[in-house]
Design a protein around this ligand. Structure first.
Ligand SMILES: Cc1cc2nc3c(=O)[nH]c(=O)nc-3n(C[C@H](O)[C@H](O)[C@H](O)COP(=O)(O)O)c2cc1C
Length: 170
């Protein structure tokens, strides 16, 4: 690993472990990345990282996962100028087709004036939801995973997303 490699933090919030599982998978596939649970608060060394990969599930009807809800204000209060931020979200397209992975869009909105540059959007292909705050103009704001209905697609979705991120991760 060279000195120029981006330092990557993966920060997740997860209620029933699905987002945690994907976060761990990403962490295993992004060499040198560090993994944090937002339930422990915003990492004290967060400003040491170049790329923050933020992962959240969606609860209620389009609501932010609880641990993110408790801590998003602290993250949004930081100056993230010069940082890149990417997203992944866990949701249920069949049960919640109008709020699929909304948490991703909610976190992005909270960070709108943080100075961060948002990266990791990907073409929407092969999903079956109606509406999502994680979608902007036909593009997905990040990696969206549906463990409830399409767990067999998770591995490929992760691989395709990491491939699209490869220049940022090298
Ligand atoms: C009560 C309840 C509400 C939910 N609301 C949404 C929702 O609005 N949008 C969505 O995409 N998924 C929703 N889900 C699905 C979860 O986000 C999904 O199961 C996810 O994988 C959970 O991830 P976690 O275990 O990391 O918390 C809901 C699930 C439950 C049980």
């Amino acid at each position: 690993m060279g000195d120029n490699m981006s330092k990557v933090a993966i920060i997740y919030g997860s209620t029933t472990d699905n987002t945690a599982t994907v976060a761990k998978e990403l962490s295993g596939r992004i060499s040198g990345s560090e993994l944090f649970n937002i339930a422990d608060g915003v990492p004290s060394n967060i400003l040491d990282f170049d790329l923050l990969i933020l992962g959240a599930s969606t609860w209620g009807l389009g609501e932010l996962q609880d641990d993110w809800q408790d801590n998003i204000g602290d993250l949004a209060g930081l100056d993230l100028a010069g940082k890149k931020v990417a997203f992944f979200g866990l949701g249920d397209q069949e049960g919640y087709p109008d709020t699929f992975c909304d948490s991703v869009g909610l976190i992005k909105d909270e960070l709108a004036s943080s100075g961060a540059e948002f990266v990791g959007s990907i073409v929407k292909e092969g999903y079956s939801f109606d509406e999502s705050r994680a979608e902007e103009n036909g593009t997905l704001l990040g990696l969206l995973i549906d463990e409830d209905n399409e767990s067999a697609m998770t591995d490929d979705r992760i691989s395709q997303w990491l491939e699209s991120m490869s220049t940022l991760l090298s």
